[in-house]
Write a protein that binds this ligand. Structure first.
Ligand code: G
Ligand code: G
Ligand code: MN
Ligand code: NA
Length: 255
């Protein structure tokens, strides 16, 4: 079978699942959330990253199905962390352009949250900056506005790589920007990197938007981000994305 058929089957039998990467408050060091990152756990080929299968999913019209699977598994994880005595404030899910362009999205999300008896603020919606830059799509604007009004968090992903205007950041009720890894790497050793990052943090502060730095790979970067007032950090220096089965042990060691 071709890749498209294979990944369609994998979705249905549960071989595509979210792994989870912790997000940490720089103030308290406590876990603030987990980002759900899709992984194809292939029985023969091992773990396959999204870059290798998302294009096939998108091309075969399966983006909505992937979104349903990842949302369901993410809410299941929130419930199961609670049952294990570990409170994870929220889970951050990546929403594709195709999902956001689906008029039924908000109602489906609301229905899933209700089914799990989960407060909407336990779900953070990650939207790529490139998606809100192409903001002529009214359905996307409506979905994001309705998800925000429902109480979900709105994170702008890969910030700095697209062309989101301040007007768009406002219009889409963005609560937090996720500063792209390219602006985070080497901030502790490269003056130019540090001034760009400082400018982003100052802009966010003036707009009263929270900040999360992605791709934090060293203790030096982490310490400087805390010092400069970045609210949250995520990256390999804290933890790599891991399967649900490893998350509870990680949280117990982290505390
Ligand atoms: O670990 P990493 O290779 O997981 O992820 C690469 C990119 O794939 C991320 O930047 C993210 O934008 C995208 N991605 C990961 N998981 C999902 C998902 O569940 N849905 C969508 N739409 N994109 C995802
Ligand atoms: O949704 P998004 O683009 O933000 O997903 C984050 C991507 O970055 C995933 O592919 C994830 O595996 C990867 N990632 C997370 N932390 C780090 C890190 O510290 N360094 C690098 N190089 N990649 C990271
Ligand atoms: Mn993301
Ligand atoms: Na990102």
């Amino acid at each position: 079978a071709g890749l498209a058929e294979e990944v369609a089957d994998a979705l249905e039998v549960g071989h595509v699942r979210p792994w989870f990467q912790p997000q940490i408050s720089t103030d308290t060091g406590a876990i603030s959330g987990m980002e759900a990152l899709a992984r194809w756990e292939h029985p023969e080929r091992g773990v396959i990253l999204p870059g290798a299968f998302l294009p096939a999913i998108s091309a075969s019209g399966l983006s909505k199905r992937l979104g349903e699977v990842i949302l369901f598994q993410s809410l299941t994880a929130l419930r199961d962390w609670e049952a294990a005595g570990e409170h994870v404030p929220n889970v951050a899910v990546n929403f594709s352009h195709e999902e956001l362009a689906d008029p039924s999205l908000t109602d489906r999300v609301r229905w899933e949250l209700d089914r799990f008896d989960m407060a909407p603020d336990r779900l953070v919606v990650e939207i790529l900056e490139t998606v809100i830059s192409r903001s002529e799509n009214d359905t996307i604007t409506r979905n994001v506005t309705r998800l925000h009004d429902l109480g979900c968090g709105i994170d702008l992903d890969d910030f700095g790589t697209g062309h989101a205007s301040i007007a768009n950041i406002r219009r889409f009720s963005v609560g937090r920007i996720k500063i792209d890894r390219s602006f985070v790497t080497r901030i502790d050793t490269d003056r130019e990197q540090q001034s760009v990052l400082t400018a982003i943090l100052e802009m966010a502060e003036r707009l009263e938007i929270e900040t999360l730095a992605e791709g934090v790979e060293t203790v030096g970067e982490h310490a400087l981000l805390a010092q400069l007032g970045c609210g949250y950090v995520q990256g390999f220096s804290i933890a790599r994305p891991m399967p649900f089965a490893e998350t509870v042990d990680w949280m117990r060691l982290h505390r």
